[in-house]
Ligand binder design. Sequence first.
Ligand code: FAD
Length: 440
Amino acid sequence: MVGAGFAGLTAARTLRSAGHSVLVIEADDRVGGRTKRGTIAGETVDLGGQWVGPAQARLLALAKAFGVAIYPQFTDGRNIVDLAGRRATYVGETPALSPVALAEFALAIGRFESLARRVPPLSPWDAPDAEVLDAQTMETWILANAKAPAVRSALRLLIRTLACVEAGDVSLLAMLAMASAAGGFNEMISTRGGAQDAMLRGGVWQLADRMAQELGPAVVLSAPVSAIAQDDHGVTVSSGDRQWRGQFVVITAPPAMAGRIAYAPPLPALRDGLSQRMPMGCVIKVHVAYGRPFWRAEGLTGMVLSDRTAFGPWFDHSPERGTTGGLVGFFAGKSAQQWAERSPGARRDKVLKDIALYFGDEALKPLDYVEEVWAASAWHRGGYAAAPGPGVLTGFGPALREPIGRIHWAGTETAEAFAGYIDGAIRSGESVAEAIARRL
Ligand SMILES: Cc1cc2nc3c(=O)[nH]c(=O)nc-3n(C[C@H](O)[C@H](O)[C@H](O)COP(=O)(O)OP(=O)(O)OC[C@H]3O[C@@H](n4cnc5c(N)ncnc54)[C@H](O)[C@@H]3O)c2cc1C
């Protein structure tokens, strides 16, 4: 296995439990990949993947197997929406827009959902009119399907938050495929009952640690795989001057990172083309701790959707027990690109000022602040997952999970359900383990 994220660790556990010998080779000095442990004001938090939805059965099963409980995202109160110069508060999942904008928003989401239902998650390139859908970006689709500035702004903000790229950078077909694999667009954007429904007590990162503990010395850290050579009898995986020999290799790093490995013989043109065309987007995740969750006293959930701020959206992330308060939020897409270049101090000031715009001056006096700039993280370099631009899935998609000789591909990007999510990573690890077991 190349990579000790949820995909690589799951594949290794599954193969080992079927009696096969496995090795997980990880570039970083820790396991977990796009999940990571952080600490803020003495509390443990997730610096990467965090939420789980009720339909994400594989992640829920893994949490249960390790005895890790889940608890709901705090949603008691009113959310704030501030789009196209109009600020309002609302309860529930549908942003409070003007009646005209709200009707248009519902219509646009309805159209998107019905297109998504026609896209097979495992082979979006087989969808009816796939080429037409893949020739458009989300931005061109938004311009064609929404007129009200607030609706356009809401849709852009949601795409940026879901894919960590601007709407103009991601293909319509790619977003439809993501929604199709996640049970719909509403599922992806919702807290209650959706993908942001709940969190794991103590953090999701600990499941990766627990899987790695089980695997023991079969997990090798701080070993960036630089080259993979295959012949008729097996594969040789190299990290600098260290080498390992096996029958098969599974690459769980996302395509952009997998493309940085040297392959002998070289990868076919289609697969290499795919690696060149599936960028990771850009995200900075931020946690802020306060002496108390003061927004709750105002009847607010802590959730803010705004096109006025560079930081956002953000959510309440106060510790389940105790009196301190916490918020978690993101810079995503272009604002993450821009703010990744600034100093941590400048980012902190910006985050606090953006929060204060809605929650008042108490927001300027946090107890603690912690952030993770994922685009600057050597082995991840980007957003939650790969975000293909126009023409990529129809042109190169079939190479996404097609094995090349003894090389198999896994990772959340290859998942048949919840691609882009931790649940998808687990599913991809299980699927690739089955595929390899059939060949052993
Ligand atoms: C900020 C953020 C927030 C997110 N929020 C959520 C969320 O709330 N819920 C959710 O379900 N998902 C979320 N995600 C997405 C989720 O974390 C990922 O989908 C999932 O963790 C991917 O797992 P993976 O095993 O497929 O890939 P990864 O976790 O990326 O694992 C691949 C591994 O390969 C390693 N690697 C790369 N190159 C090499 C090399 N050359 N040699 C050896 N090893 C290499 C990497 O270090 C990495 O450990 C979020 C992600 C981020 C970044």
